[in-house]
Design a protein around this ligand. Sequence first.
Ligand SMILES: Nc1ncnc2c1ncn2[C@@H]1O[C@H](COP(=O)(O)OP(=O)(O)OP(=O)(O)O)[C@@H](O)[C@H]1O
Ligand SMILES: [Mg+2]
Length: 225
Amino acid sequence: MSRGRFITFEGVEGAGKSTHARLFVEALKERGVKAHLTREPGGCPLAEKIRALILEEREDPPVPRAELLLMQAARAQHVDRVILPKLEAGVWVVSDRFYHSTLAYQMFARGLDPGFTRAAIEYAIDGAHPDATVILDLPVEEGLARQGERNRMEDEGRAFHQAVREAFLSLAAEEPQRIHLVDASGSVEEVRRRVMQTLEPLLKDAGRPGREEVADRSGEEGSLR
Ligand SMILES: Nc1ncnc2c1ncn2[C@@H]1O[C@H](COP(=O)(O)OP(=O)(O)OP(=O)(O)O)[C@@H](O)[C@H]1O
Ligand SMILES: [Mg+2]
């Protein structure tokens, strides 16, 4: 059986990550590809509990270092319990956020130590790099106006969200082979078409064997820069 592919959706608040991750999973299923929709932080029972600790409004919110470490604890559990077992079983995994959010929010926008942040991510993912990442790009005000799921991050000021957007743009520039920047403005249908066009080359491989080639590639591109 060929291994599944791992696709992640990233972007600022309200960019359309949840919408387009879901629509992409539906498109995969329509083509007969087994697919699993998941999200971060979260994606399995323990990680969902950690998500609530991080994102819910509380009197004693985690300090930035605690936020980074809690996210990586949730991620390690999600990778080992869900992502890797599904991929090994031939299921495609589509995640609404993954580690590029940690790089954008905790490392760039909160200014945490880049060496430590990248090392903590590597430790948490244990080699589970996405095959492709879609970054949905949208001006901050438009995203906040779309009213996605409200959480603690949305209370941050405009400058914070602007820094997150710029971080995603620079991450996309760092890894153009694997990260696809998609304009998230316009209607859901317009964005859906752009996403499908972007991921079309991966869809052509759906159902074909050939994960050896992916294993080779992960060796080549497998480190965070
Ligand atoms: N292209 C679009 N045009 C208009 N509205 C959209 C578009 N994409 C998504 N929406 C709507 O905007 C809201 C936010 O979308 P969605 O929840 O997918 O974004 P998100 O990136 O997951 O947000 P969050 O960061 O809050 O989780 C939803 O109500 C959704 O229906
Ligand atoms: Mg969402």
